[in-house]
Design a protein around this ligand. Sequence first.
Ligand code: AMP
Ligand code: MG
Length: 327
Amino acid sequence: MEILKPTDENISRAAEAIKAGRLVAMPTETVYGLGANAYDPIALARIFEAKRRPHFDPLIVHIADMATVSLLAQPPGSTARLLMAAFWPGPLTLVMPKKAIVPDIATSGLPTVAIRFPSHPVARALIERSTGAVAAPSANPFGYLSPTRAEHVAEQLGDRVDFILDGGRCEVGVESTVVDVSSGNPVILRTGGLTLERLREVVGDIELRDWSAGAPTSPGQLPHHYAPRSTLHLVPLGGLARAKPASGAAAIFFSNATRRNSGAAAGLFAVTRCLSPSGDTVEAAAALFDLLHEMDAFAYTEIWAERVPDEGIGRAVNDRLYKASMK
Ligand code: AMP
Ligand code: MG
């Protein structure tokens, strides 16, 4: 494994590696992705092996221009076209009926393919210079915290990845929003970097299929995911005031205000941190995985976290915290 600065020359080197069927971790605006040539089933098999990812969990194919959609998927309907025009490039993944060129291993045998056009310049350059379609799940072992820095990838995957392009810290910090536009009305399969509110501005009402109410509706929407090694106890916003932590536990507050309001309870923790001192959900999303990685390195006996406000990108933060808390 080699960590590369994202110079022109290094991006080209990494692109050659993709073409040769190797794995390259790339920075995106959401989290780091573990990329491979989306047209090469053997390269895709390496992703599953490197991540120890179950084969029923399909990959997102990353593209770098709108025209590639027609190579991978059936012609998009009007809703899909609206969403593409409004939010691509950006943290939105669209699930569409696939074409035969997309290997079954990329879609776990489903008749649909998940496609995203990232905005990160390094990801875009890597995709453009390699094969134009790079499948990339988050660059972490299956079930574990998503990486928001190159070091997280290096620590977690080591020599299971050939190159890591170091683009610094990811700006959004949580994964893309996944919207199924493969039939009839659009359905949100996973909350993420693009908010429900912004989606509604463009397509009106949109169903949020909350898998936690029942069985997962999409492969990979497993209840246990994004988890640190320490047990994570999740409580409602403001609920840390009633926490009963073990000694040596860490607390994650939403903001300075909620920490202050928790009164004496904050003193029961070995360490307390705030996702966003000023109480901003966007800042909280960007800080989430970074902070969890940091806390995991210290191996606190437990991590206690409170939910953040359930609005905007706060929904995606709560989804990740909830899944991290499931055993
Ligand atoms: P990630 O692990 O961040 O790469 O996210 C991939 C997720 O996108 C999967 O776990 C699924 O939840 C979703 N996904 C990918 N492809 C499809 C598909 N064809 N149909 C439904 N959901 C999909
Ligand atoms: Mg993932």
